[in-house]
Structures are given as structure tokens and as C-alpha cells.
Design a protein. Structure first.
Length: 167
């Protein structure tokens, strides 16, 4: 995080969020749940971060983008939970919504894309290696978190690269 943000408010914020997210990975892998208390702590940290940046440095909190990210990510994952009938859990919905608030609209779309691509690739490898069967559950939280780390550290580069290819 230091190499991306330098030492300052952003570094402290992303380090704290990363600590919470690492806890979520291990809990989801072991227990197949994502505790709401940990997700709520991410939202609280994000509100504090946006408030401090605004009042100390005059940096816009970009609340419209944050709320759009929360609504789009949370809404999409709610639809997936309803359609899949248990294929994905409520913790995935709340985690993605919270990360949508942290990253904002544009970056949460990249996070969602990366989470699904990484989840698909690793699931295919686990199935091919016969480590998992099609009926075994695979927690999705770790892929959401991995997508968040990639988006946080390289999101601007990936998005710029993508749009340069399109245009």
C-alpha cells in the first residue's frame, strides 16, 4: 500500500481496510460466512476517511460515486443471491456493497469483473485438479477481496489500458 499511496491518510485507511479484508478472507475460507461487523467496520472507516480528506485537505468525498458504487454492487449481488437461490450468500452482498462505497462506481465495476474472472479461473483449476467437485461450495469473499486489492493498487492503469484499446 505504501508504494501506491505513500505515507499519509490514504495509506493508513487502506492498511486498516486491508487488515479487515484479510480477516474476512480467512473467516470466509474456514466458516463460509462474512461477518456483518467486519463489513460495517469497512463502511465506518470509509466514512471517516472521506470526512478527514474533505475537512483537512479539501478533497471531494465523491459521495455520489460512492453511493452509486454501493447501490450498483449491492443491487447486482442481491439479484445474484435471489437468482442463484443460495449459490452466493448475504455476506458477499454486504461486502461488495461496502467496497462499492469505498471504491466508487467506476472502480467497483472493475472489482466485480476481476472477482468473477479470478473466481472462475481458480474454480476451474480446483475442479480440474479434483480438489473440489461441482457440488462443493467455494467461498466467493476471497475473490472479491483479491479483486479489491488489484483495483486499489492498479485500477487506474487497468481502466486506462482498457479504454485505450477500445478507442
Amino acid at each position: 500500500m505504501y508504494f501506491r499511496f505513500g505515507f499519509g491518510i490514504d495509506f493508513i485507511f487502506y492498511s486498516l481496510v486491508s487488515s479487515v479484508l484479510l480477516s474476512i478472507i480467512f473467516i470466509d475460507l474456514k466458516e463460509m460466512i462474512i461477518p456483518d461487523s467486519l463489513v460495517l467496520s469497512i463502511l465506518v472507516l470509509s466514512v471517516i476517511h472521506k470526512t478527514v480528506n474533505y475537512f483537512l485537505f479539501g478533497i471531494s468525498p465523491e459521495l455520489i460515486s460512492s453511493f452509486l458504487g454501493l447501490l450498483v454492487a449491492g443491487g447486482l449481488f442481491t439479484a445474484i443471491v435471489l437468482i442463484s437461490r443460495g449459490g452466493m450468500g448475504g455476506g458477499d452482498v454486504t461486502l461488495m456493497g461496502a467496497l462499492g462505497f469505498v471504491l466508487g462506481f467506476k472502480n467497483i465495476l472493475l472489482n466485480i469483473f476481476l472477482a468473477f474472472v479470478l473466481g472462475a479461473i481458480i474454480s476451474i483449476v480446483l475442479l480440474a485438479a479434483k480438489i473440489k467437485t461441482r457440488k462443493d461450495p467455494i467461498p466467493f469473499g476471497p475473490f472479491i477481496v483479491l479483486g479489491f486489492f488489484i483495483t486499489s493498487l492498479c485500477g487506474k492503469v487497468i481502466i486506462n489500458w482498457y479504454f485505450n484499446i477500445l478507442l
